[in-house]
Design a protein around this ligand. Structure first.
Ligand code: NAP
Length: 237
């Protein structure tokens, strides 16, 4: 049976690198982002019969209809990667409620909604594998990132609880927690300064994280795990 994977946030950065690696391994991919144009460009660049979908993960009706579209066009989803995410970094006292809500809705609620839709289908198939992209900041915390940390820490609790809930249905749920990775999200950071604190001495590349995501997607006896991919950053945080 062909392996079908929905990659939310697959239009660029980490999600795109995951989609590229999975395409090389023969998966059929649904590349999902809010921008259909960007998702379409990413899916097209993969070659083959991969498809792009537009969806805001923070909107339940869009997530539901997107899953219906994916399954109609690509077949049953048996793999899910949640790499859609945003950050609105600022000190808590300066953070607008609107920015709190958008981070929690995209990073945490969004993954809950996509997992709910995927798990319904996976239960019927009695198989499935999910990887949620968290962050080392969700484990360690960081000044200026309180709400982002909460969204990513919450994702760990959610993923571990879901892993327990669905294990008997042969569905696995894991988390990859990256450190600093070269993507749009980190383009304004002071890399020269920050990389001094990373034991491996460099930012990660999206492909570094993709390798870990695919490892967890395919590891048949691993569930409820958080795999940190940060060049050793958490050792010194
Ligand atoms: P990125 O390059 O900014 O890509 C984010 C992706 O998510 C894009 O495809 C974007 O497409 C999509 N997205 C954003 N909001 C969405 C929404 N509401 N609904 C659907 N799709 C949405 O970011 P990245 O660095 O690859 O980040 C990927 C994940 O890794 C995020 O969860 C991030 O928090 C996490 N992470 C990143 C780093 C890092 O250093 N880069 C470190 C730790 C964790 P649209 O804008 O078109 O929707």
């Amino acid at each position: 049976m062909r392996r079908v994977c929905a990659v939310f946030g697959g239009s660029r950065g980490i999600g795109r690198a995951v989609a590229q690696l999975l395409a090389q391994k023969g998966y059929r991919l649904a590349v999902v982002a809010r921008s259909l144009e960007a998702a379409g460009a990413a899916a097209g660049a993969l070659g083959g019969d991969h498809l792009a979908f537009s969806c805001d993960v923070a909107k339940e009706h869009e997530v539901q209809s997107t899953f219906e579209d994916i399954e109609k066009n690509l077949g049953r989803v048996n793999f899910l990667v949640n790499a859609a995410g945003i950050n609105r970094d600022s000190l808590l006292v300066r953070t607008e409620t609107e920015d709190m809500i958008s981070q929690l809705h995209t990073n945490l609620l969004g993954s809950m909604l996509t997992c709910k839709a995927a798990v319904k289908s996976m239960i019927q198939q009695q198989r499935g594998s999910i990887v949620n992209v968290g962050s080392v900041i969700g484990l360690k915390g960081n000044s200026g990132q309180t709400v982002y940390s909460a969204s990513k820490g919450g994702l760990v609790g959610f993923s571990r609880a879901l892993a327990k809930e669905v294990a008997r249905k042969k569905i696995r749920v894991n988390v990859v927690a990256p450190g600093f990775v070269h993507t749009e999200m980190t383009k304004d950071l002071k890399e020269e300064h920050l990389k001094k604190s990373i034991p491996l001495g460099r930012f990660g590349e999206p492909a570094d994280v993709a390798q870990a995501v695919v490892f967890l997607l395919e590891s048949p006896y691993v569930t409820g795990h958080v795999l940190v991919v940060d060049g050793g950053l958490q050792l010194v945080m």
